[in-house]
Design a protein around this ligand. Sequence first.
Ligand code: 1CP
Length: 360
Amino acid sequence: MSADAVFLNACRGLPTARIPVWLMRQAGRYLPAYRELRRSYDLLTMIRTPELAAQVTLQPLAEFTLDAAIIFSDILPPLEGMGLELSFVSGKGPVIGNPIERSYDIDLLAAPPATEVMAPTLEAIRLVKHELKGRGTPLIGFAGAPFTLASYAVEGGGSRSYSRVKSLMYREPSAWKRLMTKLVTVQTDYLLRQVDAGADALQVFDSFVGLALGPDDYERYVAPYNRVLFAALVEREVPVIHYSGGTGAYLETVAASGGDVLSVDWRIALDEARRRVGKQRPIQGNLDPVAMLAPWRELRAHIDMVLAKAGAEPGYIFNLGQGLLPETPLDNVKRMVDYVQRYSPAETHKQPHTRTEEGA
Ligand code: 1CP
């Protein structure tokens, strides 16, 4: 079975000969080839130059037998198109030079089409698809979810307490509605255009929502917008992965807001996650990225635990619970990918599945 079939079938809850594996942030600083290129170009230049973005997307595939590629970009560049000034400051991470402070700032935000402002990434997708032709590796397109993007737009960068973004939410509900609605419009268009350009699957990153919000606030201030975003993606036939960070306490609500595949972090065990959202719901995750820094013996014990808790039902994609850390040893990535791909292949999906995809 090609990598294409293994990954895409797992996204659809179909049985696969083995468990597919790819890694969030699989392109990036832990790879020597990336660091080498990064000496000549800054991150935004790499993202804004289709040939460089395509090259970096393919780097991890040259090192490891991954079951999917993910286009090299970041969740934040679409904010530039809306009028926010984005930079990546070394040692600090992303910074927004003109964060949203008042309701009026939200009215000034533009909502241009992705074909205009994200053209380099769309072109990079076409280039990567061309390179992957005949190889059978699917390409994942991605975007940030509205809350996670709003948190950067209002906080001006990373945050611990999310006090600015939550204050806006609580104090000015109508401004919050306008901000989230604009983000949904921009991100929906961007994700659909990535499918037009050739993306075989999509992932929506809501990395911070569960670190910031409890269940009631999620239901009230975020879920309605996520529902609109995911519903708009259903018309296209590509599977959509919904990554939600830190939301184990209200996973059912997150799952109900959309996405074909639910991607969870390591703060919840996969058997509990599957029990709570239903065994039919494809799931992705959830190795602690810090376990990737451990000696192999310890790392293997963590991988075994993730695989055991994932169970034998179809519809499982091995991944981390969050992005790979820059200090991750290459050898651990290699051993982990090989180990997961060799894991009880014939045994994996011996149980008959209960869906109705006969002959698939
Ligand atoms: O060279 C460098 O300095 C780059 C570091 C880097 C890289 C490689 C940043 C800065 N972004 C990226 C690429 C990136 N970001 C990808 C590429 C594709 C791949 O996965 O291989 C993706 C999917 C992202 C997504 C992203 N960016 C998220 C969501 C994923 C997650 O881990 O939760 C978030 C929160 C960001 C913001 C961001 N971008 C960069 C930094 C340092 C940060 C802050 C958060 C963090 O440190 O992880």
